[in-house]
Design a protein. Structure first.
Length: 530
């Protein structure tokens, strides 16, 4: 892809940036440079200060100390609009789009066109469409954002910034919800923007992405600069050592004896609605034996989220059954499922996994308070809640390890660790884990993998839903791919390849596929709805 708008990104220099929240230091005397026409990766563990530093550059957070220079001139950014006026835009990990608005309405929201009463709605859409054509962005300005797949919503975010004149783009964990083909498309877009002279910062903790996309990398650890290096002067092992301060050891996966055991968890012909007319999950069947990890993947929007919601008891099942030890638990509530030994790590930690304006300790205790673990004679024991929280914070390396802190104040990766700590530390026989390592760093990822394998070795049944194919190929005993709510492919781990899975995710029948060419060619569910 090549763009017809050519420009020159700004030279950015951040010097001596410091930011603290109470006793928690997010950034300490950090310096960062961004040159025109480069992709610069900002790498670090969860809580290293990456997002805080970029929020300062985008004007969302004000630094306690330090200076920002753009093209040699010191600037004072009092808010995101100041940053946009300087040509700096940011795509956040959680998109800032109004789901009920169209693409055109989101693009012009807050701009002069949105307030120009002389412009009709059609004229606004035509302006957006013309800009999209000039930038060669394949975006339909008439589509409602809520109807778009996740990668297209991300493209809308990028296009929205370009429409507003940004030539410095900051992307925070941009691939966290994307499949392999979508990541390739995103990287092609970023490289094309770089080649046109724009400056791009990619905030990430994924080492393979740094190797693929970055011209330079700056490493943060505990809020401080560790190193800045040019492409070609490092490999993944060197980056891992710099990021964690120690060697990261690969988790060893050994075989299990689950093949001879009867299933303890069985899903049969499951159908789950999306809206009034659509089947998000359509006739899905699988079972899980004790000591087995069944991996489920698919491009965002093909039924994985609705499947997890149904299995966790927060979405209604239209038809089909879910059974544990032969007992029907299809209609069981989330609380009842937990009492029966089902733990669930939701995909959307902020909407379903956490209460953001409650403390870390209270969030860790959410599962156990209804069961009476922290109560005596009907009264809650706050000291017991905090003692348990401090133990889990240390065990799962949540930073900062402050049980009284609002969970909202934690980085995204550390919020994820809180959810993982709560769900995996409680007694359970079945674990439903939806993208459990999304947004967590390499060290924490290896730790979570080890805990999943411990569940497996202890004879528990694990359903691992993940967008990360390497993760599935590393951990899962069997892999299932969903496409448009149906099982498109399934095979034992030692019988499938990344190519097999990627083809099935794209709806292309291949070796081991369980969909026909006719089924793959059917209109997408969203198109059927319209």
């Amino acid at each position: 892809m090549r763009y017809t708008w050519s420009c020159m990104g700004h030279q950015i220099a951040m010097r001596g940036i410091s930011k603290a929240y109470g006793s928690t230091v997010a950034n300490q005397d950090v310096s960062f440079d961004l040159a025109p026409g480069e992709i610069h990766a900002l790498l670090g563990e969860n809580g290293a200060g990456k997002t805080t530093l970029m929020n300062i550059l985008f004007g969302m957070v004000r630094a306690d100390a330090g200076e920002i220079h753009i093209d040699g001139q010191k600037v004072d950014l009092d808010g995101p609009q100041d940053a946009l006026d300087q040509g700096i835009g940011m795509v956040h990990q959680h998109f800032m789009l109004v789901q009920g608005f169209t693409v055109a309405e989101n693009v012009v929201l807050g701009t002069e066109a949105a307030w120009n009463l002389r412009l009709s709605h059609k004229e606004v859409e035509n302006r957006v469409a013309e800009s999209a054509r000039r930038l060669r962005f394949e975006i339909d300005p008439h589509r409602r954002v809520s109807d778009l797949p996740i990668d297209t919503q991300q493209r809308v975010e990028i296009f929205k910034l370009l429409y507003r004149g940004a030539d410095v783009l900051i992307l925070d964990e941009p691939t966290s919800s994307l499949g392999p083909a979508q990541v390739d498309d995103l990287f092609a877009t970023l490289k094309a923007l770089r080649d046109d002279g724009r400056s791009i910062v990619v905030v990430t903790h994924k080492l393979n992405e740094v190797m693929e996309i970055a011209d330079r990398v700056t490493m943060l650890r505990n809020g401080k600069n560790v190193a800045t290096a040019e492409k070609g002067s490092y490999d993944e092992q060197a980056l891992a050592r710099m990021m964690t301060g120690s060697e990261v050891h690969e988790v060893t996966v050994t075989g299990t004896e689950s093949s001879g055991r009867e299933s303890i968890y069985r899903v049969q012909d499951l159908v789950v609605h999306r809206g009034e007319r659509l089947h998000a999950v359509h006739g899905v069947s699988f079972d899980v034996r004790p000591g087995e990890i069944v991996g489920i993947s698919g491009v965002e929007g093909n039924g994985q989220r609705e499947l997890v919601d149904a299995l966790a008891g927060v979405a209604e099942v239209e038809s089909g059954t879910v059974a544990l030890d032969g007992q029907d638990i299809t209609a069981a509530s989330a609380l009842d499922l937990r009492r029966r030994g089902v733990s669930a790590i939701p995909e959307d930690r902020q909407s379903w996994g956490l209460v953001l304006d409650m403390s870390v300790a209270d969030n860790l205790a959410l599962s156990d308070v209804p069961a009476g673990r922290f109560s005596r004679r009907g009264f809650l024991r706050p000291k017991a809640v905090k003692r348990s929280a401090r133990r889990l914070l240390e065990e799962y390396d949540v930073r900062p390890a402050d049980a009284g802190l609002l969970v909202l104040a934690l980085s995204g990766g550390n919020q994820q660790k809180v959810v993982i700590a709560r769900e995996m530390s409680r007694e359970h026989r079945v674990l439903i884990a939806a993208n459990p390592t999304q947004g967590v760093d390499v060290g924490a990822t290896e730790y979570v993998h080890q805990r999943l394998l411990e569940d497996r070795s202890e004879g528990k049944a694990v359903v691992l839903v993940s967008i990360d194919l390497d993760e599935l190929l590393k951990l899962a005993d069997r892999i299932i791919v969903l496409f448009r709510g149906k099982i498109a492919y399934q095979a034992a781990r030692n019988e499938c390849t990344v190519d097999d899975i990627a083809l099935a995710m794209a709806g292309t029948p291949g070796r081991g596929a369980e969909i026909t060419e006719e089924e793959a060619a059917e209109p997408a569910a969203a198109a059927e709805a319209t």
